[in-house]
Design a protein around this ligand. Structure first.
Ligand SMILES: [Zn+2]
Length: 429
């Protein structure tokens, strides 16, 4: 199947240059886009080919999420935990670790399908997810992958390896990574965070990542207690510990948060060239502090930390909330928003080629030009403008409706699984 986009205003994602030419989009991981002067005649089209009229529409590269948690999808509207958390560790203990221990494969499937739908409708065609379900580890990554594939959203998954849930759960999580990679699927090796990962597990995780030619994906210094525990238990700071075990030698490594770093750690990250994911709304929600990412590295990408699937929203918050701490320019935030594509390209992962596009019905009161696109990006363009989405050359959202799955059925299934989860957690809605 080939999709032809007629008369679009195309914005090149790197240069922000406006190109007004028809576009031919071919399917598959190797698929690409081609600018064409003349549209094909009706009799030159194959039966399954499609022409989309893009007059007055903006077409650009679709979006990616650098740090997501599908496991939080069924938490929306959930009742209060048995104790109102007073600090970050209590948020984990009473909310997220209570929730993830109750997840079963059906709930994981519902969470992943719902997340993939929200991503697709927000123009997000690539997701890097960090998953935990300590009592439903086996097949969890395969379940998430299948759900994302069904909707048509590409992915880079991992499981949060940790010593927090005992030996059995840990062994299952190591095995799940091995099974997943051996089946030919791409992913990272996940670790929860330094303070729940002992030296032996950290060593095993790095060896696994080396063996399967990937990187580590871990929460780093999200709260200052991560550093305090590391200094107390190992006499060094979190990034130094990761460096000591070789995690920073892997150029696909992704460190999420990085709020509480000292100068030595910042230098280690910058010199190693590993990647950092910024999740500012989550940091505000957990009141763990905000970071000056510009002082760490240029390799910063944006994530949502499972709070939602709207990357345009994440970019706006990074810009506005960032003003109080690092005064980022619009170009800085745009680069962070787009850095996931550079991470994918440099890492050699698939699913983020040029044939991933979003069609925006953007009713601007002012001209959109190469020079002012960033102003539209920060102050104008929102997820509500996403009209259609092309993922690997396939139309997965058409006129705001997901074409690949039945959204109403899936959300009804998710609500059912959500109630089941809340009952199990003993925390009604
Ligand atoms: Zn996270």
């Amino acid at each position: 199947m080939t999709i032809y986009l007629q008369n679009p205003t195309f914005i090149d994602r790197q240069s922000c240059k406006v190109i007004k030419k028809n576009i031919k989009v071919t399917q598959g991981y190797e698929g690409k886009i081609e600018f064409i002067e003349k549209m094909p005649e009706q009799n030159q089209l194959a039966a399954e080919d499609k022409i989309i009229n893009c007059a007055d529409k903006i077409v650009t590269k679709s979006f990616g999420c650098g740090h997501h948690h599908i496991y939080s999808a069924l938490a929306r509207g959930m009742g209060a935990p048995k104790k109102i958390p007073e600090n970050f560790k209590e948020i984990l203990k009473y909310v997220w670790w209570t929730l993830d221990k109750c997840l079963d494969l059906d709930m994981i499937k519902a969470s992943a399908l719902a997340t993939a739908i929200f991503c697709a409708k927000n123009g997000v065609t690539f997701v890097i997810d960090h998953h935990a379900s300590p009592f439903a580890v086996k097949d969890s990554l395969f379940t998430i992958a299948e759900a994302f594939d069904k909707v048509g959203v590409s992915h880079l998954l991992c499981y949060e390896l940790s010593d927090r849930d005992g030996e059995k759960s840990k062994q299952e999580a190591l095995q799940e990574h091995k099974n997943y990679f051996n089946s030919g699927k791409q992913g990272n090796v996940g670790l929860h965070a330094s303070f729940t990962v002992g030296d032996d597990l950290l060593k095993q995780a790095v060896l696994l990542a080396e063996k399967f030619n990937t990187g580590i994906h871990i929460h780093v210094a999200e709260d200052k207690t991560d550093q305090e525990d590391c200094l107390k238990d190992y006499g060094i700071r979190v990034v130094e510990r990761l460096h000591k075990f070789g995690a920073l030698n892997l150029h696909r490594t992704l460190l999420s948060h990085c709020i509480h770093l000292d100068e030595k750690e910042k230098k280690l990250i910058k010199n190693s060239g590993v990647w950092v994911a910024q999740n500012i709304e989550s940091n505000q929600n957990n009141n763990v502090g905000l970071a000056d990412y510009g002082a760490i590295t240029d390799n910063v990408m944006l994530g949502t930390d499972g709070m939602h699937s709207d990357m345009l929203r994440s970019a706006k918050v990074a810009f506005f909330a960032g003003q109080s701490i690092e005064q980022p320019g619009m170009d800085t935030i745009y680069n962070r928003f787009r850095n996931i594509h550079n991470y994918m390209e440099k890492s050699g992962f698939k699913g983020d080629g040029a044939n991933n596009l979003v069609i925006l019905d953007y009713n601007s009161p002012t001209e959109v030009t190469s020079d002012n696109f960033l102003g539209h990006f920060i102050f104008g363009i929102e997820a509500s403008h996403v009209q259609s989405v092309i993922s690997n050359g396939k139309l997965i959202v058409e006129d705001k409706r997901v074409t690949t799955v039945n959204e109403a059925e899936i959300l009804s299934y998710a609500r059912e699984q959500g109630l089941k989860l809340w009952n199990k957690m003993n925390c009604g809605g």
